[in-house]
Design a protein around this ligand. Structure first.
Ligand code: C2O
Ligand code: CU
Ligand code: CU
Length: 472
């Protein structure tokens, strides 16, 4: 039996804004805890340095950092830095396990540009269980480009992390590890509100759900200004009334509240199994049975209060210069097929994940085109570790403007093909693989994942430091 958390009008809880940790040493303890999502109902949870979610890690490009991750969960797990360009042994994939009671301490240089990254467990078969319990945290990488762009970047004042997670909670308060939940949690709260100043406010929105897609917008129809995608800042802001965020993806958006003091609006999302496009094949049927499906659900009530000193009051015209590899520079194209049909699991290339099999071998410095072909009747967000990529085309057409920035996760709609281009530089290790997988956690746990190594066999480095180039 599934209970839907009651929403009592006027009884909103303040949005939890995770505390920050700054480096160079970050101590994270994965620990068990409890939460009361509905008053009086105790849910066993897990978090980093707390009961649910984890601190926001603030890093700067170029920093040398040490991560001490201690596992106090009482069971084996791993911890992955989603989106970060680190060596495979520091990446925290399924091979890099942390035994109960042990501390894992990777040390690396932050090579990433300013971006919204995140961290979560990645143990094969148990990723959904551990993430569902609450193990997710955000990483904000900062750099000089971001500072010079004049974007809001005072965490907790004009910049806020937004974790979107649906959950199933049974009559006992236990989480049910599943695909689609019937209770919406934003930063671990049911029906929260947030006081925001009457100025430019930046939201770092992360889809940390197992399978649900959110088409995010504002209740008053005002635009969101997209300033960054998964792996970094865009060249220019892009105004849009809605942006779709699928599992694993992030959007970095600015909202203009300059004239909104004293008003209340909602961050909302049309909620569905990947926006209704693929509901037909789902266990829940066309929205049936799940109270969140098909709803334009309020995520966070935004209560606009007085502006702060030093408020950002305008949006930059230009933010960033992106040096893009072009298709002509690619040394190789590889095709990955999404395969399978329920009741059999979805797979990649008809092959279930096997820790002992390296599915792809990439040369260091290679520029590659990956063609992801979805032969299934379901949409899947494809994620690759190690690199950020640029989408070249979707079914032969240039990507829509919201998908032209740096990405590490991309929705591949049913029967559709996405081609992206990436540079595999800096880190080679013939022994430890990186992962690529569907970020629907049930699919990943069921084997919709493959692995690649970047070998010491080198391609000649290609120089991408020139002016921004147009993807062709
Ligand atoms: Cu967010 Cu391989 O994962
Ligand atoms: Cu990842
Ligand atoms: Cu999938």
């Amino acid at each position: 039996m599934i209970l839907v958390a009651a929403t009592v009008v006027g009884a909103k809880t303040p949005l939890f804004v995770p505390p920050t940790l700054t480096g160079p040493v970050y101590d994270l303890t994965m620990q068990n805890g409890t939460m009361e999502f509905t008053p009086g109902v105790v849910t066993p949870t897990a978090g980093y340095n707390g009961d649910f979610l984890g601190p926001t890690l603030i890093m700067h490009k170029g920093d040398d950092v040490v991560m001490n991750v201690t596992n106090e969960l009482g069971e084996i797990t791993t911890n992955h830095w989603h989106g970060m360009h680190v060596s495979p042994e520091d990446d925290g994939g399924p091979h890099t396990t942390i035994a109960p009671g042990a501390t894992w301490s990777p040390a690396f240089t932050v090579l990433d540009d300013a971006a919204t990254m995140w961290y979560h467990p990645h143990l094969h078969h148990l990723t959904n269980k551990h993430v569902t319990k609450g193990l997710s945290g955000m990483i904000l990488v900062r750099d000089e480009v971001e500072a010079a762009a004049g974007l809001p970047q005072t965490y907790g004042v004009d910049e806020f992390p937004i974790f979107l997670q649906d959950r199933n909670i049974n009559f006992d308060g236990q989480f049910i590890v599943d695909e689609l939940g019937s209770t919406m949690l934003v930063n671990g709260a049911v029906d929260p509100y947030l006081e925001v100043p009457a100025q430019m406010v930046r939201l770092r929105v992360l889809n940390a759900s197992s399978a649900r897609g959110y088409n995010v917008g504002l209740s008053n129809g005002a635009p969101l200004h997209l300033v960054g995608t998964d792996g970094g800042l865009r060249e220019t802001p892009l105004a849009g009334s809605r942006f779709l965020v699928t599992p694993g993806e992030r959007i970095d958006v600015v909202i203009d509240l300059r004239d909104a003091q004293g008003t209340t609006l909602n961050l909302v999302a049309f909620n569905s199994e990947l926006e209704g496009i693929d509901i037909a094949g789902s266990a829940n049927g066309p929205g049936g049975g799940n109270p969140l499906n098909g709803l334009d659900l309020p995520l966070v009530e935004l209560r606009v209060v007085a502006s702060t000193a030093g408020a950002v009051t305008s949006l930059p015209d230009s933010i960033n210069v992106l040096a893009r590899p072009i298709a002509a520079q690619a040394t190789r194209t590889r095709t990955i097929r999404m395969t399978g049909a329920p009741p059999s699991p979805f797979l990649l290339d008809d092959t279930p994940f096997d820790h002992g099999v390296v599915n792809q071998t990439v040369h260091l410095n290679a520029v590659e085109i990956w063609e992801i072909r979805n032969d299934t009747s379901y949409a899947h967000p494809f994620h690759i570790h190690d690199v950020q990529f640029f989408v070249l085309d979707i079914d032969g057409e240039p990507p829509p403007p919201e998908l032209t920035g740096k990405k590490d996760t991309i929705l591949v709609r049913r029967r559709s093909t996405v081609r992206f281009i990436a540079v595999f530089d800096d880190h080679a290790n013939d022994d430890v693989p990186y992962m690529y997988h569907c970020h629907i956690l049930t699919h990943e746990d069921d084997g919709m994942m493959g692995q690649f190594v970047v070998t010491g066999a080198k391609d000649a480095p290609v120089n991408f430091t020139g002016p921004a180039r147009v993807v062709n």
